[in-house]
Design a protein around this ligand. Sequence first.
Ligand SMILES: [Zn+2]
Length: 193
Amino acid sequence: MPSKPTKKKKEKKTTPKKVVAKKTTAKKTTPKKVVAKKTPVKKSATKKNVKKYEEAQFLASIKPYALKKNEKYMNAKQKNHFLSILDSWAEQLQIEQDRTADKIQENVSNFPDESDRATHEEEFTLELRTRERERKLLSKINESIDDLKSSDYGYCASCGIEIGIRRLEARPTATRCIDCKTIEEIHERQQFG
Ligand SMILES: [Zn+2]
């Protein structure tokens, strides 16, 4: 039985293929318009900068310890100084990590469509990387807090000398003195380079 395919094709075209369940009222009047595609990209770019800025800003906000003459290295007062630095850093990171987790969840539920998710994959990957970086830094901070409790904090894990108040203030999770760190980095470069 020969049918009329032309008519059927025409019928099919009138029905829109894409049914986007968005709450926007403009949906019916302009179905083909792709709205707000540039905004998420912009957002992630700014956010990345904000994240970097936040970390640098935290380290810069550390008030230098006022050293007294003949003060004993890593006395109770100094330990408290670093404990409060590490505690507030961990707290701030935890808040950021919760925010990142929310963002990842948001991405999953906002783009259930595979093609949509592919469009936002870069953003998604970035969030995952951020979470991983935050997680690593948090565990480093917690190790440093443990070191403080066991009085290992502030001494080089390789040679045992004092790491120094100023170096620790610039890098509160440092476990090596500047010399051992430099040697370690040279060895790493020789191994992998
Ligand atoms: Zn050392």
